[in-house]
Design a protein around this ligand. Structure first.
Ligand SMILES: C[S@@+](CC[C@H](N)C(=O)[O-])C[C@H]1O[C@@H](n2cnc3c(N)ncnc32)[C@H](O)[C@@H]1O
Length: 230
């Protein structure tokens, strides 16, 4: 039998003690500890689905002096001035082109070295629907990587595992990186079907498909031209 849900579990208490905004911090912390090459020195990092901000806190601890951009549909509460990395908080939907442009702008048109996504769809209570929406979020994450992740950059992205997972994993995710693996951190609740996909060494822009979306409307070159950098 899986353990019953307990909001006051050990990770919840540890997060409070360390001043972390959510217990999910420990998921990312374990991923980074086990895969220390994911973050290079002074990286440009994008965190998708960043609210309330515990991934941002772990990323900043591991990327002092770097630049981090947190994006969420919800407003992320500001951090104190002594936050260890240069931080931009964007309230926006990752399916909106404007959100993608704001991220690029913060990095002065440069691509990110590392992207994390802890995005979760608003749960419907129907397992197969939630799992499918999680795949859609992950497809969008790959579209964002297309435009915003540096060649050889890395990605960590949460997914709900369900019946559509294998196809996405084999035909889409694994194709994009030199090395890939799945990982379930200890802090993921036993009863949850969430896990993380790790992609190391982004191979570069994917082949375009008819479905691959909104970001195609403006190429990076178009954007740089518009910004007066070309
Ligand atoms: C589990 S929470 C993230 C917790 C966060 N990683 C932390 O450590 O504090 C998932 C977040 O994904 C966000 N999200 C879901 N769909 C999104 C979308 N289309 N665009 C931006 N954020 C989204 C939700 O608003 C929610 O805040």
């Amino acid at each position: 039998m899986p353990k019953a849900y307990n909001p006051n579990d050990i990770y919840f208490r540890k997060a409070k003690e360390r001043g972390l905004r959510a217990r999910s911090a420990f998921k990312l912390e374990e991923i980074i500890q086990r895969h220390p090459t994911l973050i290079r020195k002074k990286s440009n990092i994008v965190d998708l689905g960043a609210c309330p901000g515990s991934f941002l806190q772990i990323l900043a601890e591991n990327n002092p002096g770097g630049k981090i951009c947190g994006v969420d549909l919800q407003e992320i509460k500001k951090f104190p001035r002594n936050f260890p990395a240069q931080l931009k908080l964007i309230q926006g939907d990752i399916f909106e082109e404007d959100t993608a442009q704001q991220i690029l702008k913060f990095f002065d048109g440069k691509k990110a070295d590392f992207i994390t996504s802890d995005m979760a769809p608003r749960t419907s209570g129907i397992k197969s629907v939630d799992q499918y929406r999680s795949i859609e979020l992950n497809q969008r994450v790959l579209e964002i990587c297309d435009k915003q992740l540096k060649y050889n950059g890395n990605l960590v992205s949460k997914i709900f595992k369900g019946e559509d997972f294998e196809e996405f994993w084999i035909n889409e995710f694994r194709e994009c990186f030199e090395k890939t693996k799945t990982f379930k951190p200890k802090a993921c609740r036993d009863r949850s079907f969430e896990m993380f996909l790790i992609g190391i060494g982004w191979k570069g822009e994917r082949k375009k498909t008819e479905e691959s979306g909104i970001l195609e409307e403006m190429t990076e070159e178009d954007y740089l031209r518009e910004m007066g950098r070309l």
